[in-house]
Design a protein around this ligand. Structure first.
Ligand SMILES: [Zn+2]
Length: 200
């Protein structure tokens, strides 16, 4: 929403904005966004629109302005109350991997990595670099939500991630929540994968 607001203001003035990094911490909570502003229109179209979440099956999908009137979920739910829309907001990657890579190497030069507490910086930046993969979907999925929809106990996060990867989807951890993943794997598939893992 914050990035979306900046995009809107910038586009009125003839600029486009892309996030270099976006950080959230529940201590506070803290939101920090570093944006790069360029002249003209964005080269790869605008990742700016609405997100539609289906309460019934747990699926999330991006919805453009012109499709707002014809929303439906692939699960075919016929309960209109189960679709929740939010936006308009930024639906593209939250960070620029190259920029984070530079931050990481600077942190290394400054001796911020690799000892005790400071290890957290390395872990955080690496997690954010993985999150910047543009094939991943917006947002994240809590493992508890997958497990409760699948009606099983959640397998370990790394087990789920490697199973999702083996099915050909992109997946990463989320810097926002330790027990969540970012993926382009639809919820229905996540549920199937977790169920299969539990049957092994
Ligand atoms: Zn649905």
């Amino acid at each position: 929403m914050l990035i979306g607001g900046a995009i809107r203001e910038a586009s009125v003035l003839g600029y486009h904005v892309s996030p270099l990094f976006s950080y959230y911490s529940y201590h506070g909570p803290v939101f920090r966004v570093l944006l790069r502003v360029n002249r003209g229109k964005p080269p790869h179209g605008m990742h700016y629109g609405f997100i539609c979440y289906c309460d019934s099956c747990g699926n999330s999908q991006p919805i453009s302005w012109d499709k707002l009137g014809q929303m439906n979920c692939p699960c075919g739910t016929n309960a209109p109350d189960s679709l929740v829309v939010c936006g308009p907001l930024w639906t593209g990657p939250l960070h620029c991997a190259d920029y984070l890579g530079e931050m990481l190497s600077l942190a290394g030069e400054w001796g911020w990595l690799g000892n005790g507490m400071k290890n957290d910086i390395e872990k955080l930046l690496n997690r954010m670099i993985n999150e910047s993969d543009p094939t991943l979907s917006f947002g994240y999925i809590q493992l508890d939500e997958i497990a409760s929809r699948a009606k099983v106990n959640s397998p370990p996060i790394l087990t789920i991630m490697s199973a999702i990867e083996q099915e050909g989807y992109a997946v990463s951890r989320s810097h926002i929540s330790n027990n969540a993943i970012k993926t382009n794997c639809p919820m229905a598939e996540c549920i199937r994968i977790v169920k299969e893992l539990r049957q092994l």
